[in-house]
Design a protein around this ligand. Structure first.
Ligand code: GZL
Length: 340
């Protein structure tokens, strides 16, 4: 809001200069506007630029809807939604555009962790608070206001802890176990964190072996394609861990095509992340055995931070969303209450 006033004053200075430019005397003036003229926004609203990763998964769509339902005109916001189209360079360009437009806040969900220092510094120099949501960056935390999202490493650890407990109860604690991992987008903090948590916990079990760990880029199509390749090489898979539900759904198609049984009554134990509505449906049939929740409903926490900044209050630099582990045993108790 205050930014609008400064921009307007600068615009008046420039205009006044121009008016003088049209007088008889030669007038020179130094260009004072730090930014392009840009679009002007209604001062009655807080203008929030939201740069999303893309539309790679159902989780992502639920996450986007949550922002659109939270930052509404009725609540005093002008939301500018930008689809990153799974391209980090497009996200950086979008940051430039929003900064030059002089938005009040930027919420960024960075596709990958690296490459953000310069643009975050530009936003900071332009006095535009940047909130990171969902995924994180490797840049220094002093360059952004806060990060809000999931503890990805703990998600990975919790998935393997469930597996160890399940195998022990099945009397398979000392059995040699072969695992396959479908990883998310390379360089994404969700991938980095989950993979780190999975591998750390898996390494505790000397009789467990990772046969393959391949990138499925969080999409259903790539999850299916990668699993088809893995099934060509490996016939002795005991556990499939997919770093999101959509890749698991694709891998299930690949296993069905190869007559590989999976789930509660099958040969391959199935574990994934996100806990989408469809994951609950598949857990209730027993195809999917676990989905570690990754809560996409983050917009409300982002709005709370913006209200705190507007009120001149301190903001917690790291804020985790609440999430659980759902299994084929308890999915039926919670499926009615799910919001995504
Ligand atoms: C995790 C999020 C991941 C989801 C995927 O917070 O970044 O990206 O797990 C999504 O489904 O594509």
């Amino acid at each position: 809001m205050k930014k609008k006033l400064i921009l307007s004053l600068l615009f008046i200075v420039i205009t006044a200069g121009c008016t003088q430019c049209s007088g008889t005397e030669e007038v020179t003036y130094e260009k004072k506007l730090a930014r392009s003229g840009g679009v002007s926004y209604d001062e009655n609203y807080i203008t929030v630029g939201f740069i999303q990763t893309g539309k790679e998964s159902d989780w992502r769509d639920a996450n986007t809807r949550d922002y659109q339902n939270t930052f509404t005109k009725e609540k005093g916001y002008n939301l500018i939604y930008i689809d990153g189209n799974s391209d980090a360079r497009r996200q950086v360009k979008a940051m430039h555009d929003l900064i030059s437009q002089g938005v009040d806040y930027i919420i960024l969900d960075p596709i990958v962790e690296d490459g953000w220092e310069d643009i975050l510094k530009l936003a900071q120099d332009s006095k535009i608070p940047v909130l990171l949501a969902d995924r994180g960056v490797s840049a220094d935390p002093s360059l952004y206001t806060c990060w809000i999202g999931s503890d990805f490493k703990t998600e990975g650890v919790n998935a393997v802890k469930w597996l160890a407990d399940y195998l022990e109860k099945q009397g398979r604690k000392s059995e040699d176990i072969n695992l396959v991992i479908l990883e998310g987008t390379k360089g994404a903090s969700a991938t980095i964190g989950r993979t780190e948590g999975l591998r750390k916990e898996i390494s505790r079990h000397k009789n467990w072996r990772i046969l393959a760990s391949e990138c499925g880029n969080f999409t259903q199509g790539e999850g299916k394609a990668v699993m088809e390749q893995i099934l060509e090489k490996h016939k002795d898979i005991d556990v499939l861990i997919s770093e999101n539900d959509n890749m698991m759904f694709g891998a299930m198609k690949a296993m069905t095509q190869k007559d590989v049984s999976y789930g509660v009554d099958g040969d391959v134990i199935t574990i994934s992340f996100d806990a989408l509505e469809e994951a609950f449906e598949r857990m209730m049939t027993g195809e999917l055995m676990v989905s570690v929740e990754c809560n996409p409903l983050i917009a409300g926490l982002c709005e709370k931070v913006i209200r705190q900044i507007e009120a001149g209050q301190e903001v917690a630099p790291v804020q985790y969303v609440q999430e659980s582990v759902f299994t084929y045993k308890n999915a039926g108790e919670y499926s009615e209450d799910r919001k995504y």
